[in-house]
Design a protein around this ligand. Structure first.
Ligand SMILES: *Cc1c(COP(=O)(O)O)cnc(C)c1O
Length: 458
């Protein structure tokens, strides 16, 4: 106790530390500096009281402050290198935009725009008009509307078309999708009454048919992209639901989740639907902007003009609206699709998904050629399988190449952490005793950064 009091008395005062570190601290915001110094001294005080400290080392305290200052003054949201091979990694921000799309967003962000101004008439215009024609041209739908994300799209669609009515949905499609989007929860929020039909593995046309009554507001189909019941299963096709809807005069809503505008042969024969092929069989369809479309985060709604017209008048739209930067990125991405053949080359996630084995091997060689081999890292070429991610089927097989690294000094989890703590964090996965860097999601420009980080381990 006596000793602890003695140590506590030796702790520097906040003002004193601020004075000592003045030159280093000066360029930083004063409030952050003061808080860091206070917190550091408080932490030392706690450690003294906990009996963890035998002597007060002022140099160590200063080092603590410097380290913490560095953390606090660095940007929190920053670029990372995705070496997981998961192309649409929800935690790492899903789809990357192309340089050109980003440059266009920057141009729109740094000046005034005609966001809600009609240049023809000089009067108020609609922010939704900028992409509607592009979306109808690309999908073949009569009308289109964009909101903040696909969860918002589903909410707006149900709130507008089915509030207070019954919505029929298959039990096999009541899914939860990345980031806790739950179909039943969003249905409840929209004020419609969910009527579940069928069972988890089997739902028949007759199940839907017998649930239809005067209260029915819509039939909802959800693309369960991220899971699949295998074996003894059956779901009713969109086309069959559409025919039933026509016969009974009930709208069909299809939540495509991801959806694609262009087929990706490399993904094999997966049942990820092409948006334009579904449009004829649903009144309303919605999908994400930042999944397989490869654009910015957005929820895209396409379908019947009358129904979309009602959504445009729904006050909820104001709360779900898309911002101008996103609109710029989305318009740019959609125009990349219009120049069809170029979409594969220009849209980063399509590029990654369609990468040739030669390209993957070449990146591996490029990376290993930059490793100087002066530390005890061991590396090898490992055949792996990348995942599409973003709620897409987990069983899509995309063969890829990874750099597997291991070391005599560090465990795989220590190596993984060192990569993650890099100035530009490198996110990798561990497989057995190796850390795997999957070449698929690594950009050519990131290779020297990775090599530099690996060369510094030692
Ligand atoms: C991903 C997904 C959503 C949610 O989309 P966000 O753009 O993430 O809001 C909704 N429904 C389905 C079927 C999905 O796959």
């Amino acid at each position: 106790m006596e000793n602890q009091n003695h140590l506590l008395r030796q702790l520097p005062k906040v003002d004193e530390m601020m004075r000592i570190l003045q030159d280093e601290i000066h360029p930083q915001p004063y409030l952050i500096c003061k808080r860091v110094v206070q917190q550091t001294i408080t932490r030392w005080r706690e450690r003294i009281l906990a009996g963890e400290i035998a002597c007060v080392d002022r140099e160590a305290i200063q080092q603590d402050i410097r380290r913490q200052m560095q953390k606090e003054t660095a940007f929190h949201l920053k670029k990372v290198i995705n070496a997981t091979g998961i192309v649409l990694h929800t935690n790492l921000g899903r789809a990357n935009l192309s340089e050109q799309a980003a440059a266009y967003m920057a141009e729109i962000a740094t000046g005034y725009t005609n966001l809600e101004y009609d240049l023809e008439t000089g009067a108020r215009g609609s922010r939704y008009a900028h992409v509607e024609d592009l979306l109808t041209a690309l999908t073949g739908a009569e009308a289109a509307l964009v909101v903040n994300n696909n969860a918002a799209a589903v909410l707006l669609v149900l709130d507008t078309l089915t509030k207070g009515k019954e919505v029929i949905v298959s039990r096999g499609e009541l899914v939860e999708i990345g980031g806790a989007f739950r179909v039943p929860a969003i249905m409840e929020r929209s004020g419609c009454k969910m009527v579940e039909v069928g069972t988890t593995n089997k739902t028949h046309a007759e199940d839907y048919r017998s649930a239809i009554n005067e209260q029915t507001g819509a039939i909802l189909k959800v693309h369960t992209s991220n899971y699949r019941v295998i074996g003894f299963t059956s779901q009713v096709s969109l086309q069959a639901l559409w025919e039933m809807g026509c016969e009974k005069d009930i709208p069909v809503i299809y939540d495509l989740g991801s959806g694609m505008l262009t087929a990706i042969e490399e993904m094999g024969s997966v049942d990820e639907p092409l948006i334009q092929q579904c449009v004829p069989y649903a009144d309303i369809l919605c999908f994400s902007g930042d999944k397989l479309l490869g654009g910015p985060q957005a929820g895209i709604i396409v379908g019947r003009k009358e129904a979309i017209g009602r959504m445009k008048k729904n006050h909820l739209l104001r709360a779900l609206r898309i911002d101008k930067f996103t609109l710029a990125g989305l318009e740019y991405t959609l125009r990349q699709y219009l120049g069809n053949a170029a979409a594969d080359k220009d849209i980063p996630i399509l590029q990654m998904l369609k990468q040739s084995p030669q390209m993957l091997a070449q990146k591996w060689c490029m990376l290993t050629s930059l490793l100087h081999g002066q530390n005890d890292l061991r590396w090898e070429k490992i055949e792996v399988v990348s995942q599409v991610g973003g709620g897409s089927l987990p069983d899509v097989v995309l063969p890829s190449v990874a750099l597997g690294i291991s070391s005599a000094t560090y465990s795989a989890s220590q190596l993984e952490e060192m990569l993650r703590q890099n100035c530009t964090p490198i996110i990798a996965r561990i497989h057995q005793a190796c850390v795997l860097l999957d070449m698929r999601t690594i950009d050519l420009r990131e290779i020297p950064v990775i090599a530099d980080c690996l060369n510094r381990i030692g």
